[in-house]
Write a new protein. Structure first.
Ligand code: ATP
Ligand code: MG
Length: 425
């Protein structure tokens, strides 16, 4: 037998049965971001390695352990993008987007690559949708970004989510925060993992994000970061929290939430799901006021988030009402070959109205049509046989409760509108 090939470890095929979820998430994101006046940007899948070393920070898990880095035939050091913010900021600077308007609101969607230990909800190639608002330092910008995430997940019908928020301070108060942390962590340093020890001096905040269970146990009783914030950061945080509270968004403050990338300043937040198991984070984001200048652009405040499509799909698949969300399948069943032409005409009308229809002209008896409709998970079967042709009707059968009713041939679109709402076309 010839050799069989499989996907590389940590990657997967997204099969046709899963694709409706992907389309649903992608198209809902695009239209919702449009409502907030965001525009899409597409950057290359690979970038110069230095961009990530400098942008994400060299003391992060991503840069230390997880990058897919290679040298091309021209001896360039390149890396498959592990995240979308650094490339977007690179594009923002390179294309002088800052010169066109004071605020740029951009989103992206596509594959990311991290050499991680694969497990449920954690892949080596995964997909993110992310938004970045550049040029707005006001707390309302943080609040709008968080609100947009919550709005999107509400729209998608993802339940069981909660928002966690924190502030990690700015260039002024960060050294104070780090000093306090070091005093506390220093007491137990010998019990913490190698990574934590290495990061103690240069990036003590990173230690709060360590996933090691033993390290986590030594973090109980940690001083609340927020007590060390400067006035401006405290004000900023209180405004952000006040704005989202006003919108009725439920959130918790978690003083240990620092997130895995070095570039964050002030606000950090996460949206977690109770349906994802160990990999419970669906969405992560925050403010990163220093990144644009660090990557060679003019000093520009920024805030954004990214969420994982695979994890959003996992939650959707758990929800029983997801069927309501994807365009339901209608099955057209001509009973007898003579009816095929008329059915072809009808499905054309229905598709043009934006509904999804399968016309099965290879079968001509009702029983095998119904069997096939079941197999395809159709929600509705439109039956058109000799009797219906004589009476100018269509027999409509709901597959969920097996109820049937007769509808005038020319009134099928009105019936579908009442049944499913407007078509998606
Ligand atoms: P985690 O704590 O799960 O490792 P993270 O903090 O590394 O997440 P970010 O870099 O902020 O995550 O990315 C934002 C989102 O992208 C995550 O909340 C998650 O939904 C998704 N994500 C991150 N890494 C992976 C991965 N390896 N596989 C699938 N999805 C991922
Ligand atoms: Mg991670």
């Amino acid at each position: 037998m010839s050799q069989k090939y499989t996907v590389p470890r940590g990657t997967k095929d997204i099969l046709p049965s899963e694709i409706p979820f992907w389309h649903y998430i992608e198209s809902s994101s695009r239209s919702l971001f449009g409502l907030y006046n965001y525009q899409e940007i597409r950057t290359p899948i690979f970038e110069h390695t230095e961009l990530f070393e400098r942008g994400i920070g060299d003391a992060t898990d991503i840069v230390e352990k997880e990058m897919y880095t290679f040298t091309d035939k021209g001896n360039r050091r390149l890396t498959l993008r592990p995240e979308g913010t650094a490339p977007l900021v690179r594009a923002y600077v390179q294309n002088s987007i800052y010169a066109k308007s004071k605020v740029a609101k951009l989103y992206y969607c596509g594959p990311m690559f991290r050499y991680e230990r694969p497990q449920s909800g954690r892949y080596r190639q995964f997909h993110q949708i992310g938004v970045e608002c550049l040029g707005n330092a006001l707390p309302i910008a943080d609040a709008e970004v968080i609100a947009m995430g919550v709005h999107l997940f509400d729209e998608l019908g993802l339940s069981g989510l909660s928002v966690t928020i924190n502030s990690v301070g700015c260039a002024v108060c960060r050294p104070v925060i780090e000093e306090r942390l070091k005093q506390f962590i220093g007491m137990n340093l010998e019990n913490l993992c190698e990574d934590c020890n290495r990061r103690f001096d240069s990036r003590p905040l990173r230690i709060l994000d360590c996933k090691n269970v033993t390290c986590k146990t030594y973090m109980t009783g940690l001083p609340d970061i927020r007590n060390s914030l400067c006035h401006e950061c405290t004000d900023h945080f209180n405004y952000v929290v006040g704005y989202i509270d006003n919108l009725g968004i439920r959130f918790q403050i978690n003083p240990q939430l620092v997130r895995g990338l070095d570039y964050y300043t002030r606000t950090t937040f996460e949206i977690v799901s109770d349906q994802l198991g160990a990999q419970n984070a669906l969405c992560g984001g925050g403010r990163y006021d220093g990144l644009v200048s660090q990557l060679g652009g003019p000093a520009t405040p920024a805030v954004g988030f990214a969420f994982g499509i695979e994890r959003a799909v996992m939650i959707l698949q758990e929800l029983s009402d997801y069927h309501q969300k994807v365009n339901p399948l209608i099955y057209m069943a001509p009973v007898g070959f003579d009816q095929v032409a008329k059915c072809f005409l009808l499905v054309d009308r229905i598709r043009r109205a934006g509904y999804r229809v399968e016309l099965e002209a290879g079968k001509t008896d009702l029983k095998s049509h119904l069997k096939q409709a079941d197999k395809l998970d159709a929600r509705l079967v439109l039956i058109y046989g000799e009797t219906e042709a004589e009476q100018g009707n269509i027999l409509v059968r709901r597959m969920t409760d097996r109820t049937q009713e007769s509808v005038d041939f020319d009134a099928v679109l009105e019936f579908l509108l009442a049944e499913f709402g407007p078509g998606h076309g």
